[in-house]
Design a protein. Structure first.
Length: 140
């Protein structure tokens, strides 16, 4: 499916690295795996991909699970969702990165992840998602 799209293949082949949107430790324990990481592993078995970095972004300890929040509340958390692992600062600088997530609802999570990476000095950040929920209603 994704690999039938030449833009996706080019995106992956031109990136310097890719990383999954991290889950909170609680959410990871509930699910048993990070589905974005699982998607990345499946894609990596089928096409050439950039180096994967699972430990670059960390979900902030105080960040809520956005799934339970409305769009307005999600946006209020946008600048506080992610932190860069201290050891990742040097790796991020100047790189063209791809952030992977399984589902995009309002886009808050992806915007927050991209913003954290750009603030740390990434040259560019693009997002790759498997599914998009229907566009939220205004203010929902």
């Amino acid at each position: 499916m994704w690999l039938d799209d030449p833009h996706i293949v080019a995106l992956l082949q031109e990136a310097d690295g890719w990383l999954p949107v991290p889950l909170s430790p609680q959410r990871l324990a509930e699910r048993g795996h990070n589905q974005a990481w699982s998607l990345m592993q499946a894609l990596a078995r089928r096409t050439r991909t950039p180096p994967a970095q699972a430990q670059v972004l960390r979900r902030a300890a105080q960040a809520p699970v956005l799934h339970y929040l409305d769009a307005v509340s999600r946006r209020q958390w946008e600048t506080q969702l992610f932190q860069l692992a201290p050891s990742a600062q040097r790796w991020v600088r100047g790189r063209h990165l791809v952030v992977v997530d399984d589902v995009m609802t309002t886009g808050t999570t992806l915007r927050a992840a991209c913003a954290a990476l750009l603030q740390a000095g990434a040259a560019s950040v693009r997002a790759l998602v498997l599914a998009r929920t229907p566009a939220p209603e205004h203010g929902a």
